[in-house]
Ligand binder design. Structure first.
Ligand code: ARG
Length: 444
C-alpha cells in the first residue's frame, strides 16, 4: 500500500515518520463532512467538463458507499492513510479505479481540509447552541417554580442584600445568551467556502468556487486563495466560544459546590446526578459541578495553545495547521458532555428555600434598604444616611441589641418596618422578560 504522494520519492516513508505525521487517528471525525465536500467537488468537476456524466455518477455513488461504510463502522483505515481525506480518496479509487483518480482534480488537501472542518464546525456549533438553549429553558423552569423565593445576594462572597433566587438563576441564563450570540457571530464569519483555493493559488482548470460553495450551503466564497487555505480564525473563534462558555459553566459549577456544602446548605444534590465515595459511606459528591469547573482549564488551554501554534506561521498552508483539530474536538466533546450533565443536575436539584430565606432575613442585609428609605422618606443625603445606618449596624452588632427596636428608637417606627428588607424589582417581570427573550433566540 502506498501513500498518495509517493511518486516523487525514491525511498519508502519510514514508519515512525508516518506515525508522527498522520492525523487519521483523530480526523476520522470529519469523514461525513469530507464526503459532502467531495461530492460537491465532483459536481464542480462535471460543471467544468473535467469529468463525464458517467464518471460523475460513479464518483458520487462511490463516495456515498464510503459514507455508508463509516456509518456502519466497517471502513478500514490503512497504515498508509495519512489522514481521513487520503483514506476516503484511496477507498473511492479501490472501488472505481481510474475514475477515482480524477477526484482530486483541481483540489488540494489544503482547501479540502479547511472546507470539511468549516462544515463540521458550523454543525457542531449549531448543536451546542441548542444544548445551551435547553439548559436555559431549565433555568427558566426552575425560576418559574421558585417564584419569589429569596436568598442573600453576595458581593466579595459576603452577604450584601436579599435577592430573588429566580433572578440569581436567570443571571446565569443571560450570560449563556451571550454565548449563543457569540456562536451566531462565529458561524456567520465561518460561513465562507475555501473549496477551489487549491494548494494556495486555485487552479487553471476553470472550476467555479461559487457553485460548490452554494451546493455546500456556504453563504460566501473565499476572496483570496492563500488566505482561504491558511486562515484558522474560525478555529480560534470557536475555541474562544467553548472556553468562555466553559468559564460560565464553571462559575455555575462553583456555586453548586458551595451551595451543596453543609456550611451553606442552600441546595440538595439529586442522587442520580451525584457520585458516592469509595470509602466514606455517607458521602454524596458534586462531581459533575467539580468536573465542569475543572474542565474549564483544558478549554482555556485549547484556545491559548492553538493561538501559540498560529502566531509564527508564514503564508500559506503549513503542516502546523493540522494541530487545529484535536483541541476543537476535545473542547466540543467536553462542552457537550458537561452541558448535558449540568442540565440534568440543574433540573433535578432541590433548593432549600427555608434556609435561603432565613439567611436573607439577617437584619444586616436590610442596611441599604434602610439608607434608601431615609433618602426617600426623610430627604436625608445618601452619604449621611449611609453613615447613620452604618453606625446603627455597628451598635446592634457590638452590643447584641435588637435591630428593629434600635432603629425604631433612633430613626422612627416607620423606618423599622423596613427590616427585613425585600429584594429590589419585580421578579415576575424579570421571569417574563427572560421567557420572551428565550422564545426569540435563534441559532444560525
Ligand atoms: N491532515 C492535514 C491537515 O489536517 C491535511 C493537509 C495536508 N496538506 C499537505 N499539504 N500536506 O492539515
Amino acid at each position: 500500500m502506498n501513500t498518495l504522494w509517493q511518486n516523487q520519492m525514491r525511498a519508502k516513508p519510514e514508519s515512525d515518520m508516518l506515525e508522527f505525521t498522520q492525523s487519521v487517528g483523530f480526523d476520522v471525525e470529519l469523514a461525513e463532512a469530507d464526503i459532502a465536500g467531495s461530492q460537491a467537488h465532483v459536481m464542480g468537476l462535471r460543471k467544468a467538463k473535467l469529468i463525464s456524466k458517467d464518471e460523475q455518477t460513479d464518483l458520487v455513488r462511490a463516495l456515498k458507499e464510503v459514507g455508508e461504510e463509516f456509518a456502519r463502522k466497517t471502513f478500514e483505515i490503512q497504515p498508509t492513510d495519512e489522514d481521513i481525506h487520503t483514506a476516503i480518496e484511496r477507498r473511492v479509487t479501490e472501488k472505481i479505479g481510474q475514475t477515482g483518480a480524477k477526484l482530486h482534480t483541481g483540489r488540494s488537501r489544503n482547501d479540502q481540509v479547511a472546507t470539511a472542518f468549516r462544515l463540521w464546525l458550523k454543525a457542531k456549533l449549531n448543536s451546542i447552541g441548542h444544548q445551551i438553549l435547553s439548559f436555559q429553558q431549565v433555568l427558566l423552569e426552575r425560576a418559574r417554580e421558585v417564584e419569589d423565593a429569596v436568598l442573600p445576594g453576595y458581593t466579595h462572597l459576603q452577604r450584601a442584600q436579599p435577592v430573588y433566587l429566580a433572578d440569581h438563576l436567570l443571571a446565569h441564563g443571560w450570560a449563556l445568551s451571550r454565548d449563543i450570540s457569540r456562536i451566531n457571530d462565529t458561524i456567520s464569519r465561518m460561513d465562507v467556502s475555501p473549496l477551489g483555493a487549491g494548494a494556495l493559488s486555485g487552479s487553471t482548470l476553470g472550476l467555479n468556487p461559487e457553485y460548490t460553495a452554494s451546493l455546500l450551503g456556504f453563504s460566501e466564497t473565499f476572496e483570496n486563495p492563500m488566505d482561504a487555505v491558511s486562515d484558522r480564525d474560525f478555529v480560534v473563534e470557536a475555541l474562544l466560544v467553548f472556553a468562555l462558555l466553559g468559564v460560565h459553566l464553571s462559575r455555575i459549577g462553583e456555586e453548586i459546590i458551595l451551595w451543596a456544602s453543609d456550611e451553606v446548605d442552600f441546595l440538595d444534590l439529586p442522587e442520580e446526578w451525584s457520585t458516592g465515595s469509595s470509602m466514606l459511606p455517607q458521602k454524596k459528591n458534586p462531581d459533575i459541578a467539580e468536573l465542569i469547573r475543572g474542565k474549564s482549564g483544558r478549554l482555556i488551554g485549547n484556545l491559548t495553545g492553538f493561538l501559540v501554534t498560529l502566531k509564527g506561521l508564514p503564508l500559506s498552508y503549513n503542516r502546523d495547521l493540522q494541530e487545529d483539530k484535536e483541541p476543537v474536538f476535545d473542547s466540543a466533546k467536553n462542552i457537550q458532555l458537561g452541558l448535558a450533565a449540568l442540565t440534568g443536575l440543574m433540573r433535578e436539584c432541590q433548593f432549600n428555600l427555608s434556609t435561603m430565606s432565613k439567611a436573607a432575613q439577617a437584619p444586616e442585609l436590610s442596611a441599604i434598604a434602610l439608607a434608601e428609605y431615609l433618602v426617600k422618606a426623610k430627604g436625608i443625603p445618601f452619604r449621611k444616611a449611609h453613615e447613620q445606618v452604618g453606625i446603627l449596624v455597628h451598635r446592634w452588632q457590638a452590643n447584641n441589641l435588637d435591630p428593629k427596636e434600635l432603629v425604631a428608637e433612633e430613626l422612627g417606627a416607620d423606618v423599622a418596618t423596613i427590616i427585613p428588607a425585600k429584594p429590589n424589582g419585580s421578579v415576575y417581570a424579570s421571569i417574563k422578560q427572560f421567557g420572551s427573550h428565550l422564545q426569540q433566540v435563534k441559532i444560525s
